[in-house]
Design a protein around this ligand. Structure first.
Ligand code: NAG
Ligand code: NAG
Length: 134
């Protein structure tokens, strides 16, 4: 093949340009792969952040829920304590009343005994009077 000096340069330039094109193509492909990988990474990172956010929100909701339940239980406990106090006072009152009634009953039993004794002694006296007369 016979080439002039100018044609040889042209071939050299063409080959060089072709080489540069191939290099650029390789570079662009690599860039595309890198960008895709980065995009996937960012997407998965976003998903992780979203999941974390959801878990945090769910935990926050559960915490709020638990606090509400705790307050309700605390209120129930307070009201039950109040009722327990009232019942204790009522039991004390009833015990005092029972003791009072027991004392009254004892005293009435005592009076009954005295009256019975008196009836017996009166009957005996009456018998004696009747036997004196009879
Ligand atoms: C996390 O969740 C809250 C409430 O649902 C929302 O307002 C916020 O934008 C979310 N943040 C992210 C990074 O997703
Ligand atoms: C919040 O409570 C619900 C139901 O009680 C439960 O299914 C869920 O797993 C809880 N969330 C977290 C993050 O523990």
């Amino acid at each position: 093949m016979l080439l002039h000096g100018g044609s040889r340069y042209l071939v050299l330039i063409t080959v060089s340009l072709g080489f540069i094109c191939v290099l650029l193509l390789v570079f662009i492909i690599l860039q595309h792969i890198t960008i895709t990988a980065e995009r996937d990474l960012i997407k998965s990172y976003k998903n992780t952040v979203e999941e974390f956010n959801q878990t945090t929100n769910s935990l926050q909701d559960n915490y709020t829920d638990l606090m509400t339940k705790k307050h309700k239980l605390q209120n129930s406990l307070n009201s039950l304590s109040q009722k327990k106090l009232e019942l204790e006072i009522r039991v004390k009152d009833l015990t005092a009343e029972k003791d009072q009634l027991q004392r009254s009953s004892d005293s009435l039993s005592q009076k009954k005994l005295e009256l019975e004794t008196r009836v017996i002694s009166l009957s005996e006296e009456l018998k004696k009077e009747q036997s004196k007369r009879g």
